[in-house]
Design a protein around this ligand. Structure first.
Ligand code: ADP
Ligand code: MG
Length: 559
């Protein structure tokens, strides 16, 4: 037996670990299962390259609760550790890793926090345990080792009885952490953090019903067997090659990710790049409502199949946080604060890669199946419009496929629209004026009037359209937008004079005076009779475009 003191350069990090972010104590399980996974994958590698002459078998990781003993066990069949390795990796490496993490963490704690609080490693066990034991046997032919530590920098190390290869970590759960002895709690943590980890994770047993044997009577119960309850899917869709997946596979993976979502995604984008950074993932366009706030935090970030966070702010551009799905990248630094992250070169590259892939996918949908793209437009436009507003690179690409629907359900790209209307809808300054309505019902009579004159009227009704219009006006030459009920419409040069008023001049004057009395002299509205030619509306009251916009800007909190 040997005792020793962990080399402590700060007085004692254990109290620090215990205090460390109370709400995030639960990450200890993710850290320990990550270590078990690493150890198993290392074993696999060593056997594959022939360095270890042992049978890799079908290893799994087991999580076991001993409620009476107040212990939690995490058992793996990985490469194990020799005595030397425990000294090195646990007493030195793990300790210094934890220390470094805590120092870093303290610096950035006041910032928006370290993503997923990654990096604390093995010693995170002390957030929930007052004593931790390791029983480990290396694949190398050496005696098993028993290491234990009660939360002070002192540890005890001795030879152990263990015949099978691998490592068992035993946590003596502290009195303030007994929730981690509850089945339900552990189950929910496993499904949050470990749902897609690459090694099967066993938690208890489950009963499986077998098919009835041939010739069994109707009333005979189906036979059952007890099998390992494996809580994860070690081969999630995003780790596979797109060529090996069918559209149904993507849909069923979506259901796996979001069991509570009953609506099918509109389409998916498979991300797969290994240079100059590593990134895999699948993004889904869900059906979106117009409620922007409701759509956040849906993309899950993983690192080597370990769940990190579902807040991808700073990693993908904001407009894409409305999508759902998974991104997995070992190249996103996690033990840094979010503000640091936004400045990180690798993260910037990742963010622009994702933006480009999304734009490319949309473009190919548009090109290959325009009809379907048009049918989906209403459900995806909010993301695209938001993206066009906020990311110039995306604007450039989306400008080719963004659609502008008319009140009669025709869809134009900007270029097509411009081509279609430039002859008829140009004002005296030579600007092509794009007319639009935001509400078909309320603006019905204006729409009819404009249509009667041969104008195209767009139906633009998303909540950010005012901002997008400004952006389009400032980035394109010689165009302007006018709402169909604005005064602008009368300044257009028409091909043919089609106005026929049924009123005499005298009648018109009287009507106009009467109407102006009603709306008030100082009002910015104007009454027009001459312009009307539709039977439905004998006159119109219009508001100058600039007035309307001013009001709109005030409502949406500025430009
Ligand atoms: P990290 O995983 O980032 O290296 P940890 O503190 O989690 O840091 O672990 C430190 C080291 O302890 C690991 O690198 C590994 O060598 C060793 N270790 C931890 N858990 C296991 C395990 N279950 N099996 C084998 N080695 C392990
Ligand atoms: Mg680790």
């Amino acid at each position: 037996m040997a005792t020793g003191k962990i080399n402590v350069s700060v007085d004692n990090i254990f109290p620090l670990i215990k205090k460390f972010l109370y709400s995030d104590h639960e990450i200890f399980l993710r850290e320990l299962i990550s270590n078990a996974t690493d150890a198993t994958l290392k074993m696999k590698h060593l056997t594959t390259i022939g360095e270890a002459k042992v049978d890799y078998g079908n290893p799994l990781i087991e999580v076991k609760i001993d409620k009476e003993g107040k212990k939690l066990h995490i058992i793996d069949q990985g490469l194990g550790m020799t005595e030397e390795e425990v000294k090195k990796y646990i007493n030195e490496v793990a300790f210094s890793g934890a220390e470094e993490f805590l120092n870093k963490y303290e610096d950035s704690a006041k910032d928006s926090g370290i993503i997923g609080h990654f990096g604390l490693g093995f010693y995170s066990a002390f957030m929930v345990a007052n004593k931790v034991e390791i029983i480990t046997k290396s694949y190398k032919d050496e005696p098993a080792v028993h290491w234990s530590c009660d939360g002070s920098p002192e540890f005890v190390m001795e030879e152990a009885q263990k015949d099978t290869r691998g490592t068992e970590i035993i946590l003596h759960i502290a009195d303030d952490s007994t929730e981690f002895l509850e089945d339900g709690k552990i189950k929910s943590l496993l499904s949050k953090y470990n749902k897609f980890m690459p090694i099967p994770i066993k938690f208890g047993m489950k009963t499986e019903t077998l098919p009835k044997p041939e010739g069994a009577k109707k009333e005979d119960p189906a036979p059952t067997v007890e099998v390992d309850n494996i809580i994860n899917n070690p081969n999630p869709a995003w780790t596979k090659q797109p060529a090996d997946l069918k559209s149904e596979d993507y849909k069923s993976f979506y259901r796996e990710l979001y069991p509570m979502q009953f609506e099918e995604p509109l389409f998916h984008i498979h991300l797969n790049v290994d240079y100059p950074f590593n990134l895999t993932g699948i993004l889904y366009f869900p059906k979106l409502s117009n409620d922007l706030n409701q759509q956040k935090d849906r993309i899950q970030l993983y690192q080597n199949q370990v769940f990190v966070t579902d807040n991808v702010e700073g990693i993908v551009p904001e407009f894409l946080t409305m999508l759902r799905g998974v991104i997995d990248s070992p190249d996103i630094p996690l033990n840094v604060s979010r503000s640091y992250l936004q400045a990180d070169g690798a993260v910037k590259k990742i963010s622009s890669y994702i933006t480009r892939k999304v734009a490319d996918k949309l473009n190919s949908l548009f090109k290959n199946n325009r009809e379907e793209f048009e049918a989906k437009w209403n459900d995806i436009k909010i993301v695209i419009e938001y993206g066009m507003l906020s990311e110039d690179k995306f604007f450039e690409k989306a400008d080719k496929f963004a659609l502008y629907p008319t009140v009669d359900d025709s869809y134009f790209t900007f270029e097509e629209l411009q081509e279609k209307i430039k002859a008829t809808q140009t004002d005296k300054d030579g600007k092509t004026v794009i007319l639009y309505a935001s509400d078909k019902e309320a603006q019905h009579s204006y729409i009819e009037t404009a249509k009667a004159k041969g104008y195209e009227v767009l139906l633009l009704d998303s909540p950010i359209i005012g901002h997008l219009i400004q952006k389009l006006e400032s980035s394109k030459e010689n165009i302007s937008f006018a709402r169909v009920d604005a005064d602008h419409i009368d300044k257009l040069i028409q091909k043919e004079e089609t106005q026929i008023s049924k009123l005499s001049d005298e009648e018109k004057e009287t009507l106009k005076t009467e109407l102006e009395k009603v709306i008030g002299e100082k009002s910015s509205y104007t009454v027009q009779l001459e312009a009307m030619d539709s039977d439905a509306s004998p006159f119109t009251i219009t508001e100058p475009e600039f007035m309307r916009r001013m009001k709109e800007m005030q409502q949406t909190g500025g430009g």
